[in-house]
Design a protein around this ligand. Structure first.
Ligand SMILES: NC(=O)c1ccc[n+]([C@@H]2O[C@H](COP(=O)([O-])OP(=O)(O)OC[C@H]3O[C@@H](n4cnc5c(N)ncnc54)[C@H](O)[C@@H]3O)[C@@H](O)[C@H]2O)c1
Length: 439
């Protein structure tokens, strides 16, 4: 007797190879929308699902709201009927593959917030049908796919690897990176069964340059956490170096640049005002939360988290000391932040250290303004502030602080116009001036 295992896997593989599979992407943000576009460009018809009606409407008008997806790329795909978006999960009945790219934030207690994954899976489960390939891309703790998600779909006698297929594939997108985008970043994928991995790899191969299959969903989940924990801990080390060098009167930037000339065994990481973004400050805590359940304390993660968390305080102390050296108290002084995005050349303030710095400056009585070509206004973390132009900000401030080293800033002009500058990014490398205080 022919088993249904072979049938579902074979039918789906044929549809994928013929690019006839109906592709679905749930969560149309920084990760989901670029993925929609890649698969549509590879010839698939892609349906995006999002709970936010404004995003759905924008996509259906062909308008992109994600920096890495130009409207000039999205619009023709929408007009050709290759991309459409909806907030109605009933479209799942007609889909063959579904990638889940919903948020996975931390709760205030640093516990994973799985509610977005659970909510989207509950909706998907209502319209689930045999033969579907389901791939989770949201960053999460090892075990999410097989412990949390699988039981929601393996119901009514349906068996994973036979009746449907499930994988985890970490998203490694680096918003604003001109060299690496969804298409050319190697894609790791691990399935719950070998058949799942095989189909997951086949699926990604249609649209992406390099696919890296691994033995299980847990390996794939852990890959992402290793990558981001590696970064977070090394940045923590660079920040600790900065704190030590500051005490000893050594220029930490010069130290790192010289160390980086070693052609092996060293990789430079740089200090800064603190961690930001949706990944590096958050993902390692997914791991430490999970390992705690297994009785292991993730000590490196906790320590790096502590040091990185001190950096906005250190920056504000630097600002205060720099002003005091100019016989000005921080209280009542005007402090102008250059850049509030969490990193260079992007339009995202999520978890940005600038938000902490604004709060800390506010509590110490400073008057805060900012300029950022990517962020016209901040409406986050209880802050409501509109950006002002660079020149006015620098000219009127008692102290200018470079928080984000956007390429668009006129650094020579900034130095000429400002009275005092605290540079947290070494953006003024090579410029010598008594006005400059470096991290
Ligand atoms: N942004 C990055 O640079 C990046 C990089 C790698 C990994 N990731 C991970 O990818 C995941 C998504 O991140 P993002 O930056 O794209 O987030 P995002 O907030 O930009 O997008 C998520 C989208 O999901 C939608 N959504 C929320 N709940 C939903 C639901 N129940 N059903 C359907 N849609 C829903 C939201 O409306 C939003 O549009 C996260 O786990 C994140 O950690 C992000």
């Amino acid at each position: 007797m022919q088993t249904t295992t072979t049938n579902h896997a074979e039918v789906l593989a044929q549809k994928i190879e013929a690019r006839q599979a109906q592709v679905g992407v749930v969560g149309l943000g920084y990760v989901g929308l670029p993925l929609v576009v890649e698969f549509a460009q590879a010839g698939f018809t892609v349906t995006g699902i999002d709970v936010m009606q404004s995003k759905v409407d924008a996509i259906n008008r062909g308008e992109s709201y994600v920096q890495d997806v130009p409207t000039s790329v999205l619009k023709p795909l929408v007009e050709a009927g290759k991309v459409r978006a909806t907030s109605d999960f009933s479209v799942v009945s007609g889909l063959d593959t579904i990638n889940i790219c919903v948020p996975t934030p931390l709760r205030k207690t640093k516990d994973p917030d799985m509610s977005y994954i659970v909510n989207s899976c509950q909706e998907l489960a209502k319209y689930f049908h045999p033969g579907v390939l389901l791939i989770l891309e949201s960053t999460t703790y090892p075990g999410t796919t097989d412990e949390l998600m699988l039981p929601m779909f393996e119901t009514d006698g349906r068996k994973v690897g036979r009746d449907f297929f499930m994988c985890f594939s970490p998203e490694r997108v680096d918003p604003g990176n001109p060299n690496f985008q969804t298409k050319n970043i190697p894609k790791v994928v691990g399935g719950i069964t070998p058949a799942c991995t095989k189909l997951g790899a086949l699926f990604y191969k249609q649209a992406l340059d390099t696919v890296v299959p691994v033995g299980s969903t847990r390996v794939a989940e852990m890959v992402k956490l290793l990558e981001n924990t590696f970064r977070m801990i090394n940045i923590g080390l660079a920040n600790e170096m900065a704190l030590m060098c500051d005490r000893m009167g050594i220029n930490v930037w010069e130290v790192i640049d010289a160390a980086a000339t070693k052609p092996f065994g060293f990789m430079p990481f740089y200090p800064g005002p603190g961690l930001g973004g949706h990944c590096i400050p958050i993902d390692p805590f997914y791991l430490s939360w999970k390992t705690k359940q297994a009785g292991i304390e993730a000590r490196f993660i906790e320590l790096a988290g502590y040091i990185n968390g001190q950096m906005p305080h250190f920056v504000v102390d630097k600002i205060q000391n720099a002003l005091n050296d100019h016989t000005k108290p921080l209280k009542g002084s005007r402090v102008h932040l250059m850049g509030v995005a969490y990193k260079r050349d992007i339009d995202d303030v999520r978890e940005s250290p600038a938000l902490d710095i604004i709060h800390l400056l506010g509590t110490r009585g400073a008057k805060v303004s900012y300029s950022d070509p990517w962020i016209p206004k901040i409406q986050a973390d209880g802050i409501a502030l509109a950006g002002i132009d660079e020149e006015t900000g620098c000219r009127e401030a008692d102290c200018v602080v470079i928080v984000t080293d956007h390429k668009k800033f006129d650094y020579a002009g900034l130095v000429a116009q400002s009275r005092l500058i605290v540079d947290t990014r070494n953006a003024l490398k090579g410029i010598e001036s008594d006005k400059i205080v470096r991290l």
